[in-house]
Design a protein around this ligand. Structure first.
Ligand code: ATP
Length: 234
């Protein structure tokens, strides 16, 4: 079953259309890499899929259910979890307080949330009383990603999780991505480093100027990447 499906989807900001009829599918338990040059509309697509931006045309399906017009809260309820670019954590709250903010989303109690998170990321456990804004970049991203451990999403949307991080931390985060997919979660990820994304992805999509120009296996899509990023016909 396709956990997430976009059919001819159009969206944008005010009168400016950014996505000009995008179709893609993310089956359960798979990782789809969404690649493409700057300004192609990748982040916009994740915002539409999480209900942050409304569609103007086309269809959005989550778990086979038509959810056009549903807002972010309704889509979160339907199992969509977006980890935004820039991490989306509360810098002036401690690690433990950040985790407590998420307990309302899932059914877990605070102690269970902490157990799951600190079990996966012991470094966060050691820093549970530290303000999130003072964590290293990698630790902040771990905290952001821990949301996906807590809310049991059906669809996980990841925007540039490697941004500004050391390769060893990126490898750790992507190991978690692979594990989450194995657990059945459908993952759509935007990643600046195409090779990093393709290494974990089951399939990939190239978005250029608001249109899908290629869809295929990582190997098929990789062949067309250079042309896409240089602005030629992908
Ligand atoms: P990048 O790889 O650079 O992050 P992207 O593929 O994620 O790019 P988007 O961030 O989705 O691209 O932006 C697509 C287009 O929408 C760009 O032209 C951008 O300027 C525009 N855009 C993004 N956010 C807004 C906004 N809040 N208001 C108006 N236009 C916006």
């Amino acid at each position: 079953m396709n956990a997430l499906e976009l059919i001819g989807l159009r969206a944008g900001y005010g009168s400016i259309e950014v996505l000009h009829g995008v179709s893609l599918v993310v089956p359960a338990a798979t990782v789809v890499a969404l690649l493409g040059p700057n300004g192609a509309g990748k982040s916009t697509l994740l915002k539409v899929a999480s209900g942050t931006i409304a569609t103007t045309d086309g269809c959005l399906h989550v778990g086979g259910v038509h959810v056009n017009g549903a807002d972010a809260a309704a889509l979160a309820q339907a199992g969509v979890c977006r980890i935004p670019e820039g991490r989306g954590i509360f810098p002036n709250l401690t690690v433990a307080e950040n985790l407590r903010m998420w307990t309302g989303v899932g059914d877990l109690r605070p102690a269970e949330v902490a157990e799951r998170t600190f079990g996966r990321f012991p470094r966060l456990g050691e820093r549970r009383a530290q303000l999130a804004g003072t964590l290293s970049g990698g630790e902040q991203q771990m905290l952001a990603m821990s949301r996906s451990l807590v809310v049991d999403p059906a669809v996980l949307l990841l925007d540039e999780i490697s941004m500004g991080l050391a390769p060893i931390i990126v490898a750790e985060l992507y190991e978690l991505v692979g594990t989450l997919a194995q657990q059945g979660i459908a993952i759509l990820l935007v990643e600046q480093f195409a090779q990093t994304a393709l290494a974990v992805a089951d399939s990939a999509v190239i978005l250029s100027q608001g249109r899908v120009t290629r869809t295929g296996t990582p190997a098929e899509v990789e062949e067309h990447l250079a042309a896409a990023y240089l602005g030629g016909a992908a």
